[in-house]
Design a protein around this ligand. Structure first.
Ligand SMILES: Nc1nc2c(c(=O)[nH]1)N[C@H]1C(S)=C(S)[C@@H](COP(=O)(O)O)O[C@H]1N2
Ligand SMILES: [Mo]
Length: 209
C-alpha cells in the first residue's frame, strides 16, 4: 500500500481538473424535489438581471450599523440548507432544497434599534414585501443563493431570494437588494397593498380580513 500511494502521489501523475457543470439535485432525504425550470415565473414586470460587479445588499433603516455587503461578503457567512415548499396563491407550489445564509445573522451584524418591528425587503423591479421582525428573529429563515444545488438563474431571483417558510409565495422576495428595518406596523408591500393578507400565513386567509 505504501508503494502504491507513493507512486500515485508522485510528481507527474497530477492532471488538471476540469469542473463539470453542476447537476440539479432531484431528491433529498427520500423526498422528490421540484425541477427549477418547472414552476411559473410570475413576477410583476419580468425577470431582473443583477450584476455582481455592482451588487450590494443594503441593510438600512432602524439599525445602529447600516451595511452594504457584496456577494462575496454575504457568502462568507455560515451556510445552511433546508427543503422548504413555496406555495403561490395562484395554486401551484415548488419543493426545493434551498441553500443560503440566515437573515437573523445579518440583522445581528447591523444591530437593530429597539423601535424596529418590521423587516421590509426591496428588489430592483420595485417589488417589496415585509415580515414581522419577531418572526424573522424566531425562525432560521434563509436568504438563499442556491436552489437544488444550483446557483439561482436570473428568473428565479439571482443573487438572493427570501425563503419565508410557512408564508405565501408573495413574501418570498426575489433579487433582494435592500433589507430595511422599520417601525411602521402599517407598512404594506406590493401585493399586500392590493388586498393580500399582510400576515401572509399559508395556513390563514389569502386576503386581508
Ligand atoms: N422581486 C420580486 N420578488 C417576488 C415577486 C415579484 O414579482 N418580484 N413575486 C413573488 C411571488 S407572488 C411568488 S409566488 C414568488 C415565486 O418565487 P419562485 O420564483 O421561487 O417561484 O416570488 C415572489 N417574489
Ligand atoms: Mo405568488
Amino acid at each position: 500500500m505504501g508503494l502504491g500511494l507513493a507512486a500515485c502521489a508522485g510528481v507527474g501523475f497530477e492532471k488538471p481538473v476540469t469542473p463539470l457543470p453542476p447537476v440539479e439535485i432531484r431528491q433529498y432525504a427520500g423526498q422528490n424535489l421540484s425541477l427549477v425550470k418547472d414552476f411559473p415565473e410570475n413576477s410583476i414586470v419580468g425577470p431582473q438581471t443583477v450584476s455582481l460587479d455592482t451588487y450590494q445588499l443594503k441593510i438600512s433603516g432602524l439599525v445602529e450599523h447600516p451595511l452594504a455587503l457584496t456577494y462575496a461578503q454575504l457568502l462568507a457567512e455560515h451556510h445552511y440548507s433546508k427543503v422548504v415548499t413555496l406555495h403561490c396563491v395562484e395554486e401551484w407550489d415548488a419543493t426545493i432544497l434551498w441553500e443560503g445564509i440566515l437573515l437573523k445573522d445579518l440583522l445581528e451584524k447591523a444591530k437593530i434599534k429597539r423601535d424596529a418591528v418590521v423587516v421590509i425587503f426591496h428588489a430592483p423591479d420595485g417589488y417589496t414585501s415585509s415580515l414581522p421582525l419577531e418572526y424573522v428573529r424566531a425562525n432560521k429563515l434563509l436568504l438563499a443563493y442556491k436552489l437544488n444545488g444550483l446557483t439561482f438563474p436570473p428568473e428565479r431571483g439571482f443573487p438572493f431570494q427570501v425563503v419565508a417558510e410557512s408564508k405565501w409565495g408573495y413574501k418570498w422576495v426575489r433579487w433582494v437588494t435592500e433589507i430595511e428595518l422599520s417601525a411602521d406596523n402599517h407598512y404594506r408591500g406590493y401585493w399586500e397593498s392590493r388586498g393580500f393578507n399582510n400576515n401572509g400565513d399559508q395556513a390563514g386567509p389569502i386576503f386581508e380580513p
